[in-house]
Write a protein of this length. Structure first.
Length: 184
C-alpha cells in the first residue's frame, strides 16, 4: 500500500513540476519569438495552450522516466536507495534496515553508518564490524573493530569511524535540496 501511495505522489509531483517547467518554457518561447520569428519553437508558442499541454506532457514523461533510472530512483514506499556509483547503491527497507547488496549477499549484515570517499565505501556493520568496499574493483576488506579500521583509514586517507553517518543523514543530504524541488 505504501508503494502505491508513493507512486501516486510521484506521478502527481511529476505533473506539477512539468506544468511549471512548461509554463517557464512558454515564457522563454514568447521572449524568443520577436528575436527569431521563423524558428519552430517560436512559432509553436503562438498557440500557448497547445504549447503548454504538449511540452508539459513531454516533460512529465521525461521526469517520470528519469525517476526510473539508476540516478533518479530513490525508492518507493518503505524502500529507499541512494546511488553510490559504478552501478551500486546503498538501500534501506522498512525505514530501519540499511544494507549494501554486494556485502549483504556474503554475510547478511546491516549497515549502521557509512561514508563514501574516492569510490571506496567505508561502513560499520551492525555487529561492530567495519569494512571497506572499493566500488571500482569490487574488493572488500573487513576490520574486527574501530581501532583496526581507524588505523587503516588514517593510512589510506579515508574517513575515520566517528565520521561515518547513518543512512537517514545521507538520504536527506543526497535527495534533499535541489533534487527534492526540481526532480520527480
Amino acid at each position: 500500500m505504501e508503494v502505491l501511495v508513493h507512486l501516486v505522489f510521484t506521478v502527481f509531483k511529476t505533473a506539477v513540476l512539468a506544468s511549471v517547467y512548461a509554463a517557464l518554457l512558454l515564457q522563454v518561447a514568447k521572449f524568443v519569438r520577436p528575436l527569431a520569428p521563423t524558428s519552430p519553437f517560436a512559432q509553436a508558442s503562438t498557440r500557448p495552450k497547445r504549447f503548454w499541454w504538449r511540452y508539459g506532457f513531454l516533460i512529465s514523461v521525461g521526469l517520470f522516466l528519469y525517476s526510473l533510472t539508476y540516478w533518479g530512483n530513490h525508492g518507493l514506499g518503505d524502500y529507499a536507495r541512494i546511488p553510490l556509483g559504478h552501478g551500486e547503491a546503498m538501500e534501506e527497507s522498512n525505514g530501519t534496515m540499511a544494507y549494501f547488496e554486494p556485502v549483504r549477499a556474503i554475510d547478511q549484515s546491516e549497515v549502521v553508518a557509512y561514508q563514501l570517499a574516492d569510490d571506496v565505501l567505508c561502513a560499520q556493520a551492525d555487529d561492530n564490524l567495519f569494512y571497506t568496499y572499493d566500488l571500482g574493483s569490487n574488493l572488500r576488506q573487513t576490520f574486527p573493530d574501530s581501532m583496526a579500521y581507524n588505523a587503516y583509514a588514517t593510512g589510506h586517507h579515508l574517513p575515520l569511524s566517528r565520521q561515518l553517518q547513518p543512512f537517514a543523514a545521507h538520504y536527506a543530504q543526497y535527495w534533499g535540496g535541489w533534487r527534492f524541488w526540481l526532480l520527480a
